[in-house]
Design a protein around this ligand. Structure first.
Ligand code: SAM
Length: 239
């Protein structure tokens, strides 16, 4: 469970109301049961719970070695928002795989999908819950929605930006990745929506420094593309 603030062994911390309810009523934990607590600094603790009605506190007993749980490089997925519940899937699975952050994007061919602030809040809750269940030591940030031009302006914050593009021209991801993967600390991958990215969007991304890449000769669903590219990059880095 994640708790706010930076703590230390010997402290007792209160769990957030949602987590406390889950611990007491779903997991049916009792006082004296053990749990893993992670603070905002990413330190993981072995802890002993105290359950009093619906309030739960945890005594932080010892630091757990969580080295390597958070992969390197830090990979941010910018995902053009797909239809229905598909973004939920991307957020949940990308979090399990180790994504650093997720940026929901409104690109030209994202039409009629729900891109409201309430959705972004929902994706934040999904990221938190997926980080919890997969034993992460940080919750991936889900950024506020950006349009394509605003996304381009963030490119300079990353060591490298890849734009998967299913047309014939781009070099294969593997060919682009292999010579540079060992040196990258941060990476942005911008995946298009169901209708794809327009030629103009990819051209402007390339002018802003992105490298278009191919994920193979088959066209993947947008949600598949995001998860495949994340897994492939982490695999190439041995993560
Ligand atoms: N129509 C399908 C759907 O409903 O999801 C396919 C959509 S595909 C155009 C969506 C995005 O996935 C593309 O914009 C691209 O970023 C990525 N993508 C899919 N297949 C790819 C491939 N073989 N190589 C590179 N990118 C790919």
């Amino acid at each position: 469970f994640f708790v706010e603030g930076v703590h230390a062994v010997g402290e007792r911390v209160a769990l957030a109301a949602d987590d406390a309810r889950k611990i007491a009523t779903v997991l049916r934990k009792r006082s004296g049961d053990r749990a893993q607590i992670v603070d905002s600094g990413g330190t993981a603790y072995a802890a002993t719970l105290e359950v009093t009605g619906r309030a739960v506190t945890a005594a932080l007993d010892a630091v757990i070695d969580a080295d390597g749980v958070e992969p390197s490089p830090a990979i941010t997925i910018a995902q053009a928002v797909p239809k229905g519940q598909k973004m939920d899937l991307v957020v949940e699975k990308a979090t399990e795989l180790g994504v650093h952050a997720i940026v929901p994007v409104r690109s030209a061919r994202v039409i009629g999908h729900d891109t409201s602030a309430a959705k972004v809040e929902r994706w934040r809750r999904i990221a938190r819950s997926a980080a919890q269940q997969s034993g992460r030591t940080r919750v991936p940030a889900v950024a506020d929605m950006l349009d394509w031009d605003a996304l381009l302006r963030t490119f300079s914050a990353y060591d490298r930006v890849y734009v998967p593009w299913e047309v014939a021209e781009p070099r294969p991801l593997r060919e682009v990745l292999e010579p540079e993967i060992a040196t990258l600390r941060s990476l942005l991958v911008a995946v298009g929506p169901e209708g794809g990215l327009s030629h103009d969007e990819v051209t402007r991304a390339a002018a802003a420094g992105a490298v278009p890449v191919s994920l193979g000769r088959r066209i993947l669903r947008t949600e598949t593309a995001a998860l495949v590219v994340l897994a492939a990059i982490l695999y190439a880095r041995g993560e």
